[in-house]
Design a protein around this ligand. Structure first.
Ligand code: B16
Ligand code: MG
Length: 214
């Protein structure tokens, strides 16, 4: 049986992809090209600066800007994004998230966050779930992005637990790959066809048979 649950944030506990999309789309609009929700799929689980590179590639503007211009664009995007997430509340938790966190807590299972987002603390706070986490690893604490396993390894290390007693809940292919290379059980949340490297896939957190794992 497993002793620790490590959660990705965007796409697993909350749906912030829509806010990332709106904020990136405004930048694309300013630059004069179309950025669709389908393009936005490519940004899931990817760091802020890597997301900007993908966006500029979509607009065929990849090599047109200096590093400091790109930093400025990312800062503006983040200001728009944080304006959206500062208005979030607990009703925006995804189906089954709160119930699962509660049950795990009651069972004495350790809970960690393993997110690429530098805004994770604000999102946890606004949705009222900060207190469930024994350790929070986010974009502020990692040096290597998913699919590198660093983010999940730091979570287990922070709890003094071996990697093979940890389960990772993830909605991105890069995150599942990261979980596998850390030697953890990789549980995909979403559509099976997008998450082929998962050990098992559930369509939502509500569907997880908790007694099977803990
Ligand atoms: P920020 P996760 C990721 O969070 C998002 O999926 C991704 O779209 C975003 O670019 C990244 O965080 C960085 O976010 O700009 O807030 O630092 O899925 O790893 O929880
Ligand atoms: Mg995610």
């Amino acid at each position: 049986k497993y002793q620790c649950a490590i959660f990705d944030l965007d796409g697993v506990l909350v749906d912030t992809a829509k806010y990332h999309y709106l904020a990136w789309k405004e930048l694309a609009d300013q630059l004069g090209f179309t950025f669709t929700e389908e393009h936005n799929e490519r940004l899931k689980g990817v760091s802020r600066m890597d997301s900007l590179d993908i966006l500029l590639e979509v607009g065929q503007m990849k090599d047109r800007f200096t590093v400091s211009e790109k930093e400025e664009m990312a800062t503006e995007k983040n200001a728009r994004y944080t304006a959206y997430i500062s208005k979030m509340d607990p009703s925006q938790l995804l189906a089954g998230a709160l119930e699962l966190l509660r049950e795990l807590k009651q069972m004495g299972i350790k809970i960690a966050l393993g997110s690429a987002s530098k805004n994770a603390p604000m999102i946890l706070d606004r949705t009222g779930i900060s207190s469930y986490f024994d350790v929070v690893i986010d974009g502020n604490s990692v040096s290597k992005a998913k699919p590198d396993p660093e983010v999940f390894m730091l979570g287990a290390d922070g709890l003094n637990l071996p990697y093979n007693v940890c389960i990772v809940f993830e909605d991105s292919a890069a995150g599942l790959e990261a979980a596998k290379s850390a030697g953890m059980l990789a549980v995909g949340i979403g559509e099976e066809r997008n998450l082929t490297c998962a050990d098992v896939v559930y369509s939502s957190l509500e569907k997880i048979e908790i007694d099977k794992y803990f």
